[in-house]
Write a protein that binds this ligand. Structure first.
Ligand code: HH2
Length: 297
């Protein structure tokens, strides 16, 4: 059985125990790499968010700026216009923890005011000098992600001596900086940033060494969903990378990831239920369901 820890925030907490948690991706953008435009309409985004909650998401990650390789930055006003109504409406209709995927303090603050709980900052509090204080004052949790470079140019020539050691050292340094800025340790999670300034090989090495990222001492979030390194392996476009996403997510969980960021929540939940049963040595198995038994063979 894996030890229980918590990711806390003012309104509550996410329990990180025997169950690997699923963070559902809700991109309110025209240009995200796999679902750009699908949920740009706020009503469609809210419906999608509530569906992911019903499908078993533990957190909804709402983002209004694509960070795909080559993406152009989005202005504050546009980003706010995309995400705020969606956060407000989901919070009105559900108590599910909401994270806001942004590097801008103004966007984070507005979303936190509307009931978001977590700031998912792919810039790890480096891109906006007001971000750390904003998170600290709101009593929010934060996900600190590793990225080499910035999205517009990060895939030009990623280079590391020892990718695992460098990413782990970066995350340890950013976690210490977050604490120094007044964010309590139990409100901080870390993420190796799969696909952010990394070759396919870098991503694969990191995924095999999530244990070294977990050794930083904070809960680990991992996002592999539909990403390009899966396309390199499978030779398939983003919407045909589900099996690859599930394989990599399950392996990351086995290596110590506690939260998996995915687009396909229902499928990930089922895959992780099986992974969790194995990782917990069957101790947290639900009681047998007659339907399941009939099909047991
Ligand atoms: N990946 C993406 C965006 N945000 N946040 C964290 N913590 N970890 C990740 O791996 C991560 C992230 C990119 O995926 P997606 O949101 O699907 O695409 P886009 O950036 O094009 O909107």
């Amino acid at each position: 059985m894996r030890p229980t820890t918590f990711l806390r925030f003012r309104r509550g907490e996410v329990v990180l125990g025997p169950v690997t948690r699923v963070m559902g991706v809700l991109n309110v953008t025209p240009d995200s790499f796999s679902d750009g435009g699908a949920y740009l309409d706020p009503d469609a985004a809210v419906r999608r968010g509530l569906q992911m909650a019903a499908d078993g998401a533990d957190i909804l990650d709402v983002g209004g700026e694509s960070t795909r390789p080559g993406a152009e930055p989005v202005g504050e006003a546009d980003e706010l216009r995309r995400v705020l109504r969606v956060v407000t409406e989901i919070r009105r209709r559900s108590s599910i923890p909401i994270s806001i995927d942004t590097t801008k303090a103004v966007v984070a603050r507005a979303a936190l005011d509307e009931g978001a709980d977590i700031v998912n900052d792919v810039g790890a509090l480096r891109f906006d000098p007001d971000m750390a204080g904003t998170v600290a004052r709101a009593g929010a949790a934060v996900v600190l992600m590793h990225m080499q470079g910035v999205p517009r140019t990060m895939q030009a020539a990623p280079a590391y001596g020892d990718v695992v050691a460098e990413v782990a050292a970066f995350l340890a340094e950013r976690a210490a900086a977050a604490e120094a800025a007044g964010i309590p340790a139990d409100r901080i999670a870390v993420d190796p940033g799969i696909g952010f300034g990394k070759t396919a090989e870098h991503n694969l090495i990191l995924l095999d060494r999530i244990d070294a990222i977990a050794a930083v001492g904070r809960p680990v979030v991992v996002g592999v969903s539909r990403k390009a390194f899966l396309g390199r392996i499978l030779g398939r476009p983003p919407l045909e990378r589900l099996e690859g996403t599930l394989a990599a997510s399950v392996l990351a969980a086995a290596r110590g990831a506690r939260i998996l960021r995915v687009h396909d929540v229902a499928e990930a939940r089922r895959a992780l239920d099986v992974a969790d049963a194995i990782l917990n040595e069957g101790l947290a198995l639900p009681s047998p369901r007659p339907e399941a038994e009939r099909h047991a063979g």
